[in-house]
Design a binder for this molecule. Structure first.
Ligand code: GDP
Ligand code: MN
Length: 432
């Protein structure tokens, strides 16, 4: 395809310096000038020396992914050994749950769950734990979203799980359905190919609708306009930690825009041209101005642990925040940078011709347009969505195995957390 080939050489050379130049406007954004700036030249991984960890320069192991993986696995275990409690970069005592009878002003926030009527018992399981571990202390309102009207039985059932206010929203077809400009013939052809390659949900149009909705439209739902912050939950997830502070007020107070728990690689075939298309967007007009100089760029381009991935994606590591857990600020997504970019991505039709997930889309948007300091790892919150965990060691966390990443050993190489920590986080211990 024309786009991917024209960007292939660019992506190979695409690096931090290039993005900085992009953002500051004083660099050469002429592709011909990029030849001398490789990831290796700018220093890719800043090796940590402030932790009790055998110092090994991973950059010298380029081309040896098995060795890289071993080091990263060890480092992950090492990091999780430390007992951690609550974040240190905010006065948590000012955002404790209200005592009985105390007048507490909630943050402008809601719990979001996109679900189908038949998922009532699975979302119920999640809500029971969610209430026990967090929300019964605050009573943040729920917003249930569905492309079909919610059944009365569904609504009655949800009311049993929580005393918090609940709103049940039917998403309008304009925000949910496949747009008219998508060519059904091409979609069918591409879906067949992805399906033959065993990509989950490849042929399921509703899944593509869901990914597109969560990528670019959920924050435009009329009933969500009154809110700024949200916590996204899903059916059949687990919460292991008793959370004793208001996570929304934590984001608000620290001016952070996004919080995650799990950080992992994606199926490269689902996002084959997401990065080349993004570069295409950034090269148009003066769109480079949207790039944040302090973005999490290196994490986007990480290429040591699974280098075969970057080859297929034109440079993108596929590392992303797993979006089934998100605590975030919708104003970031509503902003001009993210929206202009989303509109461009949408116009390519590739939410259907490929299977771009909302997780890599949110993540790439954040890594490019937000300051990395505005992205928060909720390291203290124990969480599980099949088959991955975030399981910290702390007295409030129970029933998960500290430092376990996946139910299945063979998925260890899917973990991108260490790459995030070592490439992006300045000082891990300053926050926890
Ligand atoms: P996975 O986690 O990627 O395997 O995907 P899920 O099946 O968990 O879907 C992600 C979220 O979107 C869950 O909250 C689902 O309940 C929801 N979801 C997926 N497809 C649909 C759909 O067609 N309609 C509605 N209303 N919700 C959906
Ligand atoms: Mn899920």
């Amino acid at each position: 395809e024309a786009i991917s080939t024209s960007f292939k050489s660019l992506s190979d050379k695409f690096d931090f310096t290039y993005l900085q130049n992009f953002a500051s406007g004083n660099g050469p954004y002429n592709r011909g000038n990029l030849k001398s700036a490789t990831l290796d030249q700018v220093g890719y991984i800043v090796e940590p020396n402030n932790v009790d960890f055998k110092f090994i320069n991973r950059r010298n192991l380029k081309g040896k992914p098995a060795e890289i993986l071993k080091i990263n696995e060890e480092r992950y275990k090492e990091i999780f050994k430390k007992e951690i409690t609550e974040p240190k970069d905010f006065d948590i005592d000012t955002i404790r749950p209200p005592k009985e009878g105390e007048n507490y002003v909630l943050a402008n926030a809601t719990i979001i769950a996109l679900v189908r009527n038949h998922e009532s018992s699975m979302i119920g399981k999640s809500i029971r734990q969610f209430e026990k571990k967090f929300n019964s202390k605050f009573n943040y309102p729920y917003t249930f979203l569905n492309d079909q009207p919610f059944a009365e039985s569904f609504k009655r059932r949800m009311a049993k799980y929580s005393n918090a206010p609940m709103e049940f929203v039917t998403i309008s077809p304009e925000l949910w359905n496949r747009p008219d400009f998508v060519d059904p013939e091409r979609q069918k052809k591409e879906m067949e190919i992805m399906d033959k390659h065993n990509i989950a949900y490849a042929k399921k149009e509703s899944y593509h609708n869901m990914c597109r909705f969560y990528s670019g439209n959920f924050y435009n739902v009329p009933e969500l306009q009154k809110y700024r912050y949200y916590w996204r939950i899903e059916p059949d997830v687990k919460f292991y930690t008793n959370i004793k502070y208001d996570v929304f007020k934590y984001l608000e107070g620290t001016k952070k825009v996004y919080g995650f728990t799990i950080n992992l690689y994606d199926i490269q075939e689902t996002v084959k041209t997401l990065w080349p298309e993004t570069l295409n967007f950034l090269n148009q007009k003066d769109n480079y101005k949207y790039v944040n100089v302090n973005g999490a760029h290196q994490w986007l381009l990480e290429n040591l642990q699974n280098p075969q991935i970057n080859k297929m994606t034109g440079g993108y590591s596929t590392c992303h925040f797993w979006s089934n857990f998100e605590i975030a600020d919708m104003d970031f997504f509503r902003g001009e940078a993210y929206n202009e970019w989303f509109k461009y991505l949408d116009s390519t039709g590739k939410f259907y011709y490929e299977r771009w997930g909302d997780a890599p889309i949110h993540s790439m948007g954040l890594a490019l347009f937000a300051d990395k300091k505005q992205i928060h790892w909720f390291r203290d919150i124990g969480y599980f969505h099949d088959p991955y965990y975030n399981c910290p060691r702390n007295p409030e966390t129970q029933l998960c195995e500290t430092s376990k990443f996946s139910k299945w050993e063979h998925l260890a190489d899917q973990n991108c957390m260490v790459n995030y920590i070592d490439n992006v986080m300045d000082d891990l211990d300053a926050i926890y």
